[in-house]
Write a protein that binds this ligand. Structure first.
Ligand code: ADP
Ligand code: ASP
Ligand code: MG
Length: 441
């Protein structure tokens, strides 16, 4: 069985929905088809939520009217028969009457906001499945809210998904196509929640892992993972093969094509992930699996919003347990550390979640001296085959960046990653310089 995920642009227009209907029925593999919201919808729903939070009901109602008009014309164009159009219209009327009912709830809280933002995926999947029905394609809609759940730390409970799907899937044995929502889930309180922005990729991988799928395919608007961020760098190109570790690093460190956690479940269960282009299905895309090519430099990604902390010790760095004491504090405040550099008397770390920075700093101050943190930093992550026998890797990287101030370096943590910290103002220049220095012939 396969799991295929289509992102916002892949379902964002009626003609695209028609082409994904062709794509999913062209071969005979049984599939779970995970859909995102139509492109722009999640942002629109969040904007409605902002108006409601600000108690601006008039603005919220105007935004709801305009979003509904978009869906009205979408279904009018998608379906070919009066019965199809009526079925589509009924879905929209029912979901928008729920959206409208949220405007009456005061105060508008995070719980309502999450219910509101889930509407994007609830709409797209119902519209698509009704379209498959109109086309006579045997399919079923499996509600993600019944098998996707996060725990109190916002971590998906994959075992729950595995057990729930083991019960639910046999009930639909005759169906070749099983449609479900990306992104949305329930939390331990049973409320509607989500896997954070871009989370549909993660849903696909969690399902793929849970059912031990033969393959997970992520269909988007570009021909696979490029060697550098195509939004910032000219002359990027698709990388045809990546290992799970390489892809996980790129996703975690900012390659927007994949939600940061996407690779984790796929890697855990050894399910290959293929990235494909909905606009150009014949293009080979990228295969993420166990094997690797021996190319030295493969791809670069960048993650913004990083804060660097500088922790000095006059007495204890050489003592056993000093690093443990530091990391226990980060663990206590559930703040992951991304990069780390040490010297005789100090440790520098980077974090991207600064919510608990005050408590962390206070506890560290009990046995360390802290310098003022550096905010607005960017981690640049270079992925490739950097085994110890490959000489000259660092030289080429530093040479490419000779005009850019580098704040921190991490090399040797794995054989596939070299990370650098720069101020975000140098990000574009650094990515372009690396592209030139590492990839141009
Ligand atoms: P979807 O809506 O299908 O989930 P996204 O917009 O989330 O699509 O992801 C696809 C986009 O990711 C591409 O259009 C591209 O601009 C961006 N992107 C950023 N870095 C990369 C990269 N290294 N390779 C490919 N695409 C990238
Ligand atoms: N619709 C959600 C978002 O825009 C999830 C996704 O597209 O993956 O973030
Ligand atoms: Mg995405």
């Amino acid at each position: 069985m396969h799991v295929w995920k289509f992102g916002g642009t892949s379902v964002g227009k009626p003609e695209r929905m028609r082409s994904i209907r062709t794509l999913i029925t062209e071969d005979n593999t049984r599939k779970i088809v995970v859909l995102s919201a139509l492109s722009g919808s999640t942002n629109n729903l969040l904007a409605i939520g902002e108006s409601l939070k600000a108690n601006n009901d008039a603005e919220a109602n105007a935004q709801i009217d305009s979003l509904k008009a978009h869906y009205d014309s979408f279904v009018d164009e998608l379906y070919g028969t009066p019965e199809g159009k009526a079925a589509g219209q009924q879905i929209i009327d029912s979901e928008f009457s729920f959206i409208r009912s949220l405007t009456g709830i005061k105060p508008f809280t995070l719980k309502q906001e999450k219910e509101l933002v889930a509407e994007g995926e609830l709409l797209s999947t119902q519209i698509f499945q009704a379209y498959l029905a109109e086309e006579g394609v045997p399919s079923t809609l499996l509600p993600a809210l019944e098998f996707m759940r996060i725990d109190a730390d916002n971590e998906p409970e994959i075992q729950f998904t595995e057990e729930a799907l083991a019960t639910m899937l046999p009930q639909h044995e005759g169906k070749q196509i099983i449609v479900t929502q990306g992104f949305i889930c329930r939390n331990p309180r049973g409320e509607v929640d989500n896997l954070k922005r871009g989370g549909s990729d993660y849903t696909a991988s969690l399902i793929g892992g849970a059912i031990r799928a033969d393959e997970i395919q992520i269909w988007t608007d570009i021909d696979g993972m490029h060697n550098n961020d195509p939004r910032i760098v000219k002359n990027t190109f698709p990388v045809r093969e990546l290992t799970f570790d390489e892809a996980a690093e790129l996703a975690y460190f900012g390659a927007k094509i994949l939600h940061p956690s996407t690779i984790t479940p796929a890697r855990m269960f050894g399910v290959p992930v293929r990235l494909k282009n909905t606009m150009d299905p014949a293009a080979p895309g990228t295969l993420i699996a166990d094997r690797t090519s021996d190319q030295v430099f493969k791809a670069i990604a960048a993650k913004d919003g990083i804060t660097a902390l500088y922790i000095h010790s006059t007495r204890m760095l050489n003592a056993y347990g000093f690093l443990r004491r530091i990391f226990e504090i980060f663990e206590k405040y559930k703040t992951p550390v991304d990069m780390l550099a040490t010297s005789e008397v100090s440790v520098s770390v980077t974090i991207d979640n600064t919510e608990r920075i005050n408590e962390i700093s206070e506890e560290l101050s009990a046995f360390c001296t802290l310098e003022e943190p550096d905010y607005d930093q960017t981690i640049i992550c270079i992925v490739g085959n950097f085994s110890a026998d490959n000489e000259g890797v660092a030289l080429r990287v530093f040479n490419a960046l000779k005009n850019i101030p580098i704040r921190m370096v991490s090399y040797g943590g794995t054989e596939s990653n070299l990370s650098l910290l720069v101020h975000s103002r140098y990000k574009a220049e650094a990515l372009n310089a690396l592209n030139e220095g590492l990839f141009s012939l």
